[in-house]
Design a protein. Structure first.
Length: 91
């Protein structure tokens, strides 16, 4: 067996559902299906995705999160503290 390399990526909820269903139906692991899909894609003509397609695919990646407002507020507080430490923000 070839040496495995760990990868982490996002898929949609629908892709996740379909992946699980196909894995159960085929009696294989989800990882095995993903590897087979990668092999199939790379065996065909390799297309270079354009930037707009990539951005469209990312659209909604965090759609199911309900804590984004709190996360943004927390991050912005951190920006203000950093600027004060650098002497770039007023009191």
């Amino acid at each position: 067996m070839n040496k495995m390399v760990r990868k982490q990526f996002f898929i949609t909820a629908e892709q996740n559902k379909r992946l699980k269903e196909h894995a159960v139906a085929a009696g294989v692991s989800e990882a095995e299906l993903v590897r087979a899909g990668i092999d199939l894609r790379l065996a065909g003509k390799l297309e270079k995705p354009d930037r707009q397609t990539g951005l469209r695919n990312l659209s909604g990646a965090w759609a199911e999160r309900d804590d984004l407002d709190d996360l943004l507020r927390k991050n912005r507080r951190g920006w203000k503290r950093r600027l004060k430490r650098l002497g770039l923000a007023g009191d």
